[in-house]
Ligand binder design. Sequence first.
Ligand code: PRP
Length: 224
Amino acid sequence: MCEERYLTFALGKGRLAEQTLGLLERIGITCEEMKDKHSRKLIFVNEEKKMKFFLSKGGDVPTYVEYGAADIGVVGKDTILEENRRVYEVLDLGFGKCRMCVCGPESAGELLLHHERIRVASKYPVIARDYFYNKKHQTVDIIKLNGSVELGPIVGLSDVIVDIVETGSTLKENGLKVLEEICPLSARMIVNQVSMQMETERIRTLISQIKALQCAEGVSSCES
Ligand code: PRP
């Protein structure tokens, strides 16, 4: 009989990875090595379950999964939409909840009503373009930034921004407001398309275990 192969997980570094490890632990999948915050190791193994875990930049998770370097990935819906990779999105994990929004000073609300050619700064140019061009049919200039996007309207780089809003405190502290909501976001599990065929049973079992846990814990996405 051939030996079971490792199921490899790519996890976006930071809070999402911590929450994912917590979730996996609650269904009996642990990886002690990974809890050592001082470790510089990038890949961790659970020999008993034949699973491997690695941490990468969130934006790279869909790439590892599309190419099969990881069978499974956990990443925010924002990254899935922005990267647009050929992967299966199989589960809403129900944490990391926030919203993708068009934000700006209140006065910029007018500019969204009359299809004016405005400047939109964002870390998410694909999402911003799709929203303005395909949903609102508004021609805009998209300016790609890499962080602290709220600066855009404050320093006069852009009229509005497209960005993630979680608590809303970054907007509030900078005198900006949510002008339009694009979509809700949360952490999702994605699967490589070939792995889904080759490892159907293991992956389906994992998904069912997480869904059962979500229902037991009263997570709102447990029916989806
Ligand atoms: C994200 C996002 C907002 C902020 C929203 O930025 O881009 O700036 O969090 O959170 P809030 O609504 O709870 O205030 P992040 O912290 O990832 O840093 P960045 O601005 O450098 O991208």
